[in-house]
Design a protein around this ligand. Structure first.
Ligand code: NIG
Ligand code: FE
Length: 394
């Protein structure tokens, strides 16, 4: 079954070989059309050269972009931390310790509650144009609670990340070595079959560089691929550790020095910035401009979580990255699509090209620039994944 989508005012393909643009990374085509065959793209080009298909959708002059690739979320949790947010806005700084509040609520929740909440957040993400999502555990911190968090995450995505090393839970206070042993021992054994990635919160109040290396190396031995929360609160050396271990991504990166940027630029490790977290913790914004200028590959993700970034809006993250992190709208859109795909080492998403997945979103605007130009307005009209409409649901 093929479907022709025409009436496309402008399409962003992220394929620089497309003719219309100026050779820029976004690979723009104006007055475009495309054909979907099942879950894949069959053809993209000028509307004037389009061939008929079995089915037809007129997009009414809208802009089409690749579906957003959200490479960093913590969706499996219960409870909220609105009081902590209010206190922060009144001047209390963010600290890793708040994670324990969500851990207590999550441990008490039923599987059905957790599953329902993930589904609700995923529906919000789909309405904001997200088609690929990474989901971390990390609010269970017992063998059973980490395992069930990953089992639930895996019901929704292949990109599930074991984050047993989020913080040392209260019951291990004063016995952090014992907790690291648990994470790399029985917890890893229970969780590895349900995850693709392993992550560590390597920062002040969480895990140091040596602990993080031990945990990530154990994950690698268990067949998991490393990624890292790095330098959100402090410059600890986590970025260099991520590069050393071949991490797909180091995330947050609020504190970076020239050596970090050089190491990243000469590696396959992506720097993922999290505008929602910097916004909601009132932190100094990560300097994405400096990263791009240094030749680092940058991704943008929502970091959706109840503590530091309770947003599912990738367009808001793009607007903040443009306004506060110094990216152009073009760079920010690329970072939220193709950049996210690089951060997940995925070659089948983030780009619209023949043979790749038919994952795209339509924007109710003549240009993608409106994603940042109209902050806080949901301009996403439709979201399609694998050739099927995810949002709005009919
Ligand atoms: O990415 N920094 C560590 N993890 C989350 C926050 C978790 C929390 O505070 O609940 C983050 O911002
Ligand atoms: Fe995070």
């Amino acid at each position: 079954m093929t479907a022709l989508f025409d009436g496309v005012g402008l399409i962003v393909t992220n394929d620089p070989t497309n003719s219309d643009g100026d050779g820029s990374a976004l690979g723009l085509i104006r007055d475009a059309a495309f054909v979907v065959d099942g879950s894949q793209l069959l053809w993209i080009g000028r509307a004037s050269t389009a061939q008929p298909a079995d089915d037809h959708h007129d997009l009414g002059g809208r802009t089409v972009i690749p579906g957003f690739v959200d490479s960093h979320t913590h969706l499996v949790f219960d409870g909220d931390r609105a009081a902590e947010f209010s206190a922060r806005m009144a001047g209390t700084p963010y600290a890793a310790g708040g994670i324990g509040v969500t851990v207590r609520a999550t441990r008490q929740a039923t599987d059905a509650t957790l599953r329902h909440r993930v589904g609700q957040l995923l529906a919000e993400l789909a309405s904001s144009g997200v088609t690929t999502i990474e989901v971390k555990s990390g609010y269970g911190l017992t063998i059973a609670d980490e395992q069930r968090s990953l089992e639930i995450a895996r019901e929704f995505t292949t990109e599930a990340t074991f984050l047993g090393a989020h913080v040392v839970p209260d019951e291990y206070a004063g016995r952090r070595d014992a907790y690291v042993d648990l994470v790399i021992g029985d917890m890893l054994a229970a969780c590895a079959p349900h995850a693709k990635w392993i992550d560590v919160f390597c920062d002040r109040g969480a895990f140091d560089v040596d602990e993080s290396r031990t945990i990530l190396q154990a994950g690698l031995r268990a067949g998991l691929l490393p990624r890292l929360h790095a330098h959100q609160l402090q410059h600890l050396g986590a970025i260099q550790l991520g590069v050393e271990l071949g991490a797909a991504s180091v995330d947050h990166c609020n504190h970076v020095d020239d050596a970090d940027l050089e190491a990243l630029a000469s590696s396959d490790t992506v720097a993922t910035v999290l505008p929602g977290a910097d916004f909601s913790t009132r932190s100094d914004y990560a300097d994405a401009r400096r990263m791009v200028d240094a030749g680092v590959t940058v991704a943008i993700a929502t970091d959706c979580n109840p503590g530091t970034s309770y947003t599912t809006s990738m367009p808001l993250c793009i607007a903040v990255a443009v306004r506060e992190m110094g990216l152009s709208v073009e760079e920010a859109l690329w970072a939220a699509t193709a950049g996210g795909a690089r951060a997940l080492r995925r070659a089948d998403v983030g780009v619209l090209r023949r043979g790749l997945r038919a994952d795209f979103a339509t924007i109710d605007a003549p240009s993608f620039v409106h994603l940042a130009y109209r902050p806080g307005v949901c301009l996403i009209n439709q979201t399609w994944k694998d050739g099927e409409r995810l949002a709005p649901r009919t």
